[in-house]
Ligand binder design. Structure first.
Ligand code: GDG
Length: 490
């Protein structure tokens, strides 16, 4: 537990619950992600609050009642910010998903810089800030998550509401040549300087931010080195830090060893006749490099016929942003590629690519991780990538290989023991897979043991504590560099 922390107030685009209407009946289900797992105890201990959109357009009375029941059970408050469908369209699908998401992932040509999106983004941020102001007290710590809500500290201040604030960016922060394309670049940078602490996934993201800051606010002065530094702009100061997010290692590790999941993993291997399994798991998103990955599998089978009939590539693609045309096109492209490769290489008794377009229950996902001989994680750009860490946590037999994109934030921590690849280089990825196939047992074990150790120490609890320490501690000497911190809990 972080000493000195007051009531914690988490603010994110979505509440950590899924609210659904099925046949006129509303239901609320708790989210299962690591962030919720890690934050829930802190929120419970301090009587905290989580503020966010419920996911339903125009939160009605039923939803508020359900959230109140859920809050009573969870031990912390959930406060829904109601959004109209026009707000969801322009703030969420528009500004967040058609401007910031592609731009910050270096896909500038996919951006639609519509001024209406920007205006709605500001309106919705103001709306959120009003709820934050109403729901909090001056000694609360307000922790804002992600690119949808960069203007919270700015609006709180403009309302004259004084709060201690921290912001964590889950996605990458781009280099100046990309960030400067944003028509509202100065206002976004300026808004971020209004937080007391801004956290990034990697030192590289933080460096990119500092470069943009120097270009747009030349008066900014940096003080300090190490994981957390101080920036002085005019009369005010704020902190910048790198805090690589992680997972609840013990939870995944223990699940992977549970007898029913061990059996399920065996069933998966058996169904694929104990051939080596290469596994990909992603939200179906263009940043994740799924088409490039499937092409690499095609190249692998073309170039290295010794692997024909000896490997299976299993891709789980979780439906995401299905309302958006680009995402539908991506799904079609992937299905065509899978069809082409299977059509070209299959023979009776062997189909090389198994593609699942659906979300699996957590237990099934863990069984797939545990069954896989190679975790193939090749995003074109990613803030961190939790799948890479989950794969290691579930590899309790320590005989898997992680093939990881150098453009995933996770590469900064895992580069020594993962097989790093450039996801655009289909021949390079195919070659890496071929080599990984022949790695001997001892090599696999050495690397996987190191990877697991890294993830076990730098777990989600370590991440929450590091951020909150940086947010509330007076003394920067309390922060040893990220790389040397050893932390265990879970
Ligand atoms: C953003 C940033 C950053 C996937 N398939 C299933 C399933 N999943 C779960 C995984 C994992 C999560 O989804 C995906 O997390 P990632 O980190 O890989 O990617 P994003 O969703 O893009 O997350 C990213 C992250 O925020 C945290 O800061 O790492 O860079 O883009 O936890 O387990 N879960 C279940 N079934 C599936 O089929 N149950």
């Amino acid at each position: 537990m972080v000493p000195g922390i007051r009531r914690l107030v988490v603010v994110s685009n979505r509440l950590p619950v899924a609210v659904r209407e099925v046949d006129g009946e509303w239901t609320v289900k708790a989210g299962a992600g690591g962030l919720v797992t890690a934050l829930a105890p802190v929120l419970r201990d301090r009587g905290g609050i989580w503020i966010g959109w419920s996911g339903a357009a125009d939160t009605d009375d039923h939803v508020s009642d359900l959230l109140a029941d859920f809050s009573a059970e969870a031990g912390y408050d959930l406060r829904a910010v109601p959004l109209t469908s026009a707000e969801v369209d322009d703030y969420y699908f528009g500004f967040s998903n058609e401007i910031i998401w592609p731009l910050f992932h270096d896909f500038q040509t996919r951006c639609r810089f519509k001024p209406d999106y920007w205006r709605m983004y500001l309106d919705v941020n103001f709306k959120f800030a009003e709820v934050v102001a109403r729901s909090t007290q001056s000694d609360d710590y307000v922790w804002v998550h992600d690119y949808h809500l960069m203007h919270q500290a700015f609006f709180l201040k403009s309302m004259g509401v004084k709060r201690s604030t921290g912001f964590f960016l889950h996605i990458p922060f781009p280099t100046p040549d990309i960030f400067l394309k944003l028509p509202w670049r100065w206002k976004v940078i300026q808004a971020l300087t209004e937080y007391d602490l801004v956290g990034f996934q990697t030192m590289q993201d933080r460096r990119n931010f500092v470069q943009c800051l120097h270009m747009l606010m030349p008066e900014a002065r940096i003080e300090g080195r190490g994981a957390v530094i101080t920036v002085h702009v005019g009369s005010r100061s704020f902190r910048l830090g790198a805090f690589p997010i992680s997972i609840d290692f013990n939870q995944f590790n223990e699940l992977a060893d549970r007898p029913d999941i061990v059996r399920e993993a065996f069933r998966i291997k058996e169904a694929l006749r104990h051939r080596k399994i290469i596994l990909g798991v992603d939200r179906l998103d263009y940043t994740k490099g799924i088409p490039e990955r499937i092409r690499s599998i095609g190249t692998l089978l073309d170039r290295y016929p010794d692997l024909k009939g000896r490997v299976n590539f299993v891709q789980i693609a979780v439906p995401s942003r299905t309302e958006v045309g680009e995402y539908r096109d991506l799904r079609i492209e992937i299905e065509q590629l899978v069809g082409r490769i299977n059509g070209r290489h299959s023979f009776p008794g062997w189909v090389p690519v198994h593609y699942h377009y659906r979300s699996l229950p957590r237990e099934k996902l863990v069984a797939h991780y545990a069954a896989a001989d190679v975790g193939l994680v090749t995003p074109l750009r990613d803030g961190m990538n939790l799948v890479a860490k989950e794969y290691c946590a579930c590899n309790t037999g320590e005989d898997g290989v992680l093939v990881l994109s150098e453009f995933a934030g996770a590469a900064a921590q895992l580069q020594k023991d993962a097989y790093l690849v450039n996801p655009y280089d289909v021949e390079g990825v195919a070659k890496a897979l071929h080599r990984a196939f022949y790695w001997d047992k001892a090599t696999r074990r050495d690397h996987m043991a190191n990877l697991r150790e890294q993830v076990r120490h730098h777990n989600i609890y370590w991440w929450v504590d590091s951020f909150l320490q940086a947010g509330v501690s007076k003394n920067l000497d309390d922060f040893p560099p990220v790389e040397t911190v050893k932390y265990e809990r879970g």
